[in-house]
Design a protein around this ligand. Structure first.
Ligand SMILES: *Cc1c(COP(=O)(O)O)cnc(C)c1O
Length: 349
């Protein structure tokens, strides 16, 4: 077929097949369902027969207003996306011309490479140090080598959990004038945000999502925070009515009741520490410090991912040769099942 040649090398984004019985520690989702008060308010709204025959609010006015209060910014500093995935794509679509380079860390979120290629760009990577920490000199060196149009930084980084301080990001922004995307998909689990930099640096776009800490992966809702001039550019390629009415409403009710979700975030942080501690006692797994709701692990145990899967536990297998895995923090019950199965696997050898 006569479709784009450069797409031939692309494999679609894949996730594990879903069996409802499986314990899912593979997608960094929240183990918590929505607080019932939030669901009830949503059902009330549905019962009042909202006009779903009409298009939703193209400007997502209510939601942008609510989010702006969280960041002490203006509605004009915000753009809403169908998950933050779609905003990565929008940004690259606006910035890249054929053959432009996009620089991002390795290992990191697989969509950076995919979105770059889809948007006619050339993916380039920079490494972490031996303990998977960001190194400013390495990033600067790679910037001068590959001269990227766009730099993507992920903090905390998926899958390594590594973080960049705001000072480090600012340091890069002082000399790099391409677009800098700071992906804070796990930002709620840490302190600070690069959104504090948007007034001083007009080329920084901060991405956040409802999918992880807020426990709403199912509604596909994310947002970008940036200088008004940058958001105006992104809006040029935003599809009309991109956020559906149900998602807009539920997202808005969730933010209104953020105080009910906050305890979940605290719990997940505590539980991740507990799980890290337990995993660190297993000699066949090496784990790394994390500030997110997942743990980066290296294990030479053969087929660890497949063996857990047979027992109904899904973790993310990242690299077979290197033995890289990413384990999302589940509920205590789920985490205990994981630890139990790991112990069984260890005994079996
Ligand atoms: C999960 C994840 C996203 C995608 O979030 P959505 O809002 O669900 O599209 C973006 N970036 C990183 C690093 C992620 O891990």
């Amino acid at each position: 077929m006569l479709y784009r040649q450069d797409l031939k090398e692309i494999k679609p984004y894949t996730s594990n097949a879903i069996d409802p019985k499986d314990i899912r520690l593979d997608a960094n989702e929240s183990p918590f369902g929505l607080p019932s008060q939030i669901l009830d308010q949503f059902l009330d709204w549905l019962q009042k027969k909202p006009g779903l025959n009409r298009y939703p609010d193209n400007e997502a006015t209510v939601l942008r207003n609510q989010i702006s209060k969280h960041y002490n910014c203006n509605e004009d500093n915000l753009i809403i996306g169908v998950g933050s995935d779609s905003l990565i794509d929008s940004a690259l679509r606006c910035w890249l011309e054929e053959g432009d380079t996009v620089l991002f860390p390795e290992p990191s979120f697989s969509m950076y490479r995919l979105s770059t290629i889809i948007n006619h760009g050339i993916p380039e990577t920079f490494p972490f140090d031996k303990s998977f920490q960001y190194k400013l000199e390495v990033i600067r060196q790679r910037i001068s080598e590959v001269k990227p149009k766009v730099l993507i930084l992920c903090s905390p980084n998926n899958p390594t959990g590594s973080t960049l301080s705001i000072d480090m990001i600012e340091n890069i922004l002082e000399s790099f004038h391409g677009l800098v995307i700071v992906d804070e998909a796990y930002g709620e689990f840490t302190v600070g945000t690069a959104a504090d930099l948007i007034d001083r640096y007009h080329n920084v776009l901060v991405l956040r999502t409802f999918s992880k800490a807020l426990g709403l992966a199912g509604i596909r809702l994310g947002y970008g925070i940036g200088n008004q001039s940058l958001i105006e550019i992104l809006n040029k390629t935003r599809p009309p009515y991109n956020i559906n009415a149900l998602t807009l409403q539920l997202g808005s009710i969730a933010l209104e009741n953020y105080r009910l979700i906050e305890p979940h975030i605290k719990d997940i942080k505590k539980e991740t520490k507990w799980l890290s501690n337990q995993l660190s006692k297993r000699p066949f797994i090496k784990i790394f410090p994390t500030e997110a709701n997942f743990i980066f692990a290296i294990s030479k145990k053969k087929d660890l991912g497949e063996r857990l899967k047979k027992q109904g536990i899904l973790i993310r297998s990242l690299s077979k040769e290197k033995g890289y895995y990413r384990i999302s923090c589940g509920s205590r019950e789920e985490n205990n099942r994981l630890l139990h199965e790991l112990d069984v696997i260890e005994k079996e050898g």
